[in-house]
Design a protein around this ligand. Structure first.
Ligand SMILES: Cc1ncc(COP(=O)(O)O)c(C=O)c1O
Length: 477
């Protein structure tokens, strides 16, 4: 008999609610009743987790999985972080719901903290605008930019960039795969090469390659015949450049330090706005509130989501400088939505901002990141399939290649690593573990690490021993 039927057939809703379905029953129900369009089944069978704490996830057997991706960097401060969970509980007991046409203290204080921080760092007054979900905040930023630029709808974005899967966000995301079935609802971005040095032309230093990429971009403005610049009007056909300071889904690619300052000069010269997508790399993932702070440039717009609530609420939003977002230019109701600035989200995000201002995350993340990277470098010396390792703070990468040249991308070995990691049968000192890994990269061959920012040295040591086993198993097959 069909497993899904076995669970529900002949039971009242109450009986069914009292029965705890097994993993197999749940998978059968998922196969029958859940859309697969809203998920990605990276493993077969898909993994079901039942608990989490700190840096670990647990399955129904009680097996521990050291999580090195923390929900794509949404849970930067650890699972079930006590201080942040308490903020949620407090909010639940005071003002959990309020219609978004009314105001609440948490929204106003959170916006103030973010705007004052930006004013201090960038010397610019600005305002904060909320929504739910990263892609929706990207959509809002598109409206903001198009409105400010009198309806100009064309954007630049990077090859390898990812900004979400709503219609607008996928039009500025480089992969055609995310657009292929749905037709065009707006103009797709012009995609510009990102300085991905490991796979760039040989014979250039990282900085030289960064400079070269900017020069290639600047060339587009040298003549009207290159298609986007009207020298007589001094106008560019494109409104803004959407960037991730470190590419997230693209494989945690770290640009050279000179890149963004040189790029920004070209943008300023031609009146193109800089929109920085901090949805994945923001909130101290790289050791700064915003990862763009490492690169010494001033953004026009910053978009955030994920870890602003430690993954406890889908709150997202954007900061923009006053000229773009003042209420005369971007009036009430421009993007209003029921759940934006919801008090559960703003309450916990406010606590995140307070917590990060009271603790020296900058030093902590830099030091833990250096220790983690050192561990990856040691692994690289022992495993020929590791072509490249790199990192900034606790955003780290390990590029998996064919062992014969340590360069040809190996999606095969990378996939095997993820499968082996999730089996939960790795063994350290007589104890069984699993690992939660994530894959990114232009060739789907990069293990992208976004561990708990509170990860201990002992947990990093454990991570390296588990990775060592996973690498051995994957390369032996
Ligand atoms: C850089 C970046 N932008 C945008 C998004 C989209 O955010 P969401 O998945 O919350 O819609 C993501 C999600 O991974 C992201 O990493």
């Amino acid at each position: 008999m069909d497993k899904a039927m076995h669970w529900t057939d002949g039971h009242s809703a109450t009986d069914a609610a009292q029965h705890t379905p097994s993993d197999d029953e749940l998978l059968a129900l998922e196969a029958e009743y859940c859309s697969h369009g809203d998920t990605v089944h990276y493993t077969n069978p898909a993994k079901i987790f039942t608990g989490c704490d700190g840096s670990f996830m647990y399955d129904s057997r009680g097996r521990e999985y050291l999580d090195l991706q923390m929900w794509y960097s949404a849970v930067n401060f650890g699972y079930r972080n006590e201080r942040l969970n308490n903020a949620v509980k407090r909010q639940l007991d005071t003002l959990p719901q309020v219609a978004s046409q009314y105001l609440h203290r948490e929204k106003i204080e959170l916006a103030t903290l973010i705007a004052r921080d930006a004013e201090h760092k960038f010397g610019l007054k600005g305002r904060v605008h909320f929504n739910v979900g990263g892609s929706q905040a990207i959509e809002d930023s598109l409206k903001l930019v198009r409105n400010f630029k009198n309806g100009k709808s064309l954007m630049f974005a990077f090859e390898g960039g990812y900004h979400g899967r709503t219609l607008g966000a996928s039009s500025i995301t480089s992969s055609y795969r995310y657009r292929r079935r749905y037709g065009h609802f707006g103009d797709r971005a012009q995609f510009i090469p990102f300085p991905y040095h490991f796979r760039g032309p040989k014979g250039m230093t990282k900085e030289e390659y960064g400079h070269h990429c900017v020069q290639q971009f600047a060339r587009l403005f040298e003549s009207e015949y290159y298609g986007l610049w009207d020298p007589k009007a001094g106008q560019c056909e494109y409104a803004a450049f959407y960037v991730e300071p470190l590419q997230g889904t693209g494989g945690y690619v770290l640009p050279p330090m000179n890149f963004f300052s040189e790029l920004k000069k070209v943008l300023d010269q031609h009146g193109v706005l800089l929109v920085v997508d901090e949805i994945q790399m923001g909130i101290y993932r790289t050791g700064k509130l915003w990862s763009i702070e490492h690169f010494g440039v001033t953004p026009d717009v910053i978009v955030f989501g994920k870890a602003i609530t430690n993954g406890l609420n889908p709150l997202s939003g954007l900061w923009a400088r006053e000229e773009l977002i003042n209420p005369q230019t971007f009036p009430v109701g421009s993007t209003h939505s029921t759940f934006n600035a919801n008090p559960m989200g703003t309450g916990v995000a406010l606590e995140v901002m307070r917590m990060t201002s009271e603790t020296d995350y900058e030093t902590m993340v830099r030091e833990s990141g250096a220790y983690f990277l050192e561990g990856l470098r040691e692994l690289q010396q022992r495993h020929k399939c590791i072509g490249d390792v790199d990192g900034l703070g606790l955003a780290l990468r390990m590029e998996i290649c064919e062992p014969h040249d340590s360069f040809t991308p190996s999606k095969r070995i990378t996939d095997l690593m993820v499968d082996e990691a999730l089996k939960g049968d790795l063994e350290i000192d007589g104890r069984k573990y699993g690992l939660v890994l994530d894959i990114g990269g232009y060739y789907k061959n990069v293990v992208t690490f976004a561990p708990n920012l509170h990860i201990s040295r002992a947990e990093i040591d454990l991570a390296m021993r588990l990775l060592d086993q996973v690498l051995h198993r994957a390369t032996a097959q």
